[in-house]
Design a protein around this ligand. Structure first.
Ligand SMILES: [Fe+2]
Length: 449
């Protein structure tokens, strides 16, 4: 890893094995990038090895039940109080936070977009474009759906988001996400989870594009499997948490913060990514969506798309998610005498969809990788005319939906469109025409029409 600018340290250092990962979801991990940096047998020695400072990062209230209690102990070059000076407010007009009801002239409807435009010269932080917001960050409920496009790595700029965790879904370009607790490389068809409050900078290997779910509510966790049992769907061992890595850099840097929807920056004289060792269960992770083991119909009909839930952020109302992250992966379709694509549908939940690669089975055309669709609360949607005709008349032999990966952020809260999204040049003004061919077949006489 290279570091731009003058350093007073001998060299910018990154911990050994900096791209290694530890498997498991929600485990209590321990990792050190220098031997003996991690205290053994206690959290807070009178003096830490290497002159490090001990610091706890709490991802849940101290008193949360054991099953949802999350905290980590970080052993760092400086305590985090030295990573913030005086804050100055800054404008970051494209990253919006709920509640956010903006004036625009776009009427209610089912919506679809082609990919957002490229953003030459932008960093990840500059390249975030909010498409929808839902709920209220002040009460820690709801979410935002963002798209991002950028092509420039962050070097001396860092940020943390106090408003929620960030679920990053790359569609194009590999990201290097350097967090306080280690480095993750994340390519399309992988996802990364940056916990609330975690300092981070993001690099890229060229033009990058994708999506982010900002979750203001309870943290994403694995859904219960119910009658499915103990295996399949997203298996815990496939989640990867990075080993400790740190950046020893004594140059002017900026730490950007979003806090209750407002943006701030503070100037510091060093990298805040200075955690040499840590232990605990509040940590970032990545996950390869291709390791998701789907279950589905093997005789007729098909279950609800909730069988494809990778992660769920629950609310206090059972089965009613603040937001679910659901995928539509490569899979076999084998059901007999069945209309195989998703059925026509209206929903109290609000659905934001994106496409990472391939083709989504409910739409024959118009929904392209990097594109987005929004089917908000109670608005009808389903297969387009071409898809309906094809699925209604095809020979129902086993078919593999290959090389495809679509996803959905589905929330119990209505999604408010930002003005940016309403006025986006890639908004398709003919999306709802895709259902125009679905004429009545009913004529009062029995029989297959
Ligand atoms: Fe739906």
């Amino acid at each position: 890893m290279t570091v731009q600018g003058k350093t007073t340290a001998p060299a910018a250092k990154v911990g050994a094995n900096a791209l290694d990962y530890m498997p498991g979801f929600g485990n209590d991990f321990e990792t050190e990038s220098l031997p003996g940096a991690l205290p053994q047998g206690q959290n807070s020695p009178q003096k830490c090895n290497y002159g490090l400072y001990a610091e706890q990062l709490s991802g849940s209230p101290f008193t949360a039940p054991r099953g949802t209690n999350e905290r980590s102990w970080l052993y760092r070059i400086r305590p985090s109080v030295r990573h913030t000076g005086r804050f100055s407010p800054v404008e970051r007009p494209h990253w919006k936070t709920a509640p956010c009801v903006e004036e625009h002239s776009l009427a209610l409807g089912q919506l679809r977009w082609d990919p957002i435009p490229d953003a030459p010269g932008a960093t990840f932080l500059d390249g975030i474009r909010t498409v929808t917001t839902a709920g209220d960050v002040m009460t820690q409920v709801g979410m935002a759906a963002h798209a991002y496009a950028f092509d420039t790595s962050m070097e001396d700029d860092y940020f943390f988001n106090a408003d929620g965790e960030l679920l990053v879904v790359p569609e194009r370009g590999t990201l290097t996400i350097f967090t306080e607790m280690g480095i993750m490389e994340v390519e399309p068809q992988e996802i990364a989870l940056i916990p609330r409050g975690m300092m981070v900078k993001v690099g890229c290997d060229g033009p990058a594009r994708g999506y982010i779910c900002e979750n203001y509510g309870a943290k994403f966790t694995l859904p219960d499997r119910g009658p499915i049992g103990a295996n399949c769907l997203a298996n815990p061992r496939d989640f990867k948490t990075p080993v400790a890595a740190y950046e020893d850099k004594e140059t002017p840097c900026r730490l950007h913060v979003k806090w209750c929807g407002r943006h701030y920056v503070t100037e510091i004289g060093h990298s805040p990514l200075d955690v040499v060792a840590w232990h605990g269960n509040y940590a970032p992770f990545k996950y390869d969506l291709r390791t998701f083991s789907p279950v589905g119909a093997i005789l007729f009909d098909h279950p609800d798309p909730s069988i494809f839930t990778v992660l769920t952020a629950p609310t206090e109302e059972a089965g009613t998610a603040n937001v679910d992250f659901v995928i539509f992966p490569t899979r076999w379709m084998v059901a007999e005498h069945t209309f195989r694509p998703p059925w026509y549908h209206r929903n109290i939940m609000s659905e934001f969809m994106g496409l990472i690669t391939g083709q989504y089975d409910a739409k024959e055309e118009g929904f392209v990788p990097g594109g987005m669709s929004l089917h908000n609360m109670m608005l009808p949607h389903g297969p387009d005319f071409t898809g309906f005709e094809k699925a209604s008349n095809s020979d129902l032999k086993p078919v593999k939906l290959d090389a495809t990966m679509a996803f959905m952020f589905e929330t119990r809260y209505p999604q408010q469109l930002t003005r940016y999204a309403a006025e986006l040049e890639t908004l398709q003004d003919d999306y709802t025409d895709c259902w125009d061919g679905l004429e009545r077949k009913f004529d009062g006489t029995p029989g297959i029409k």
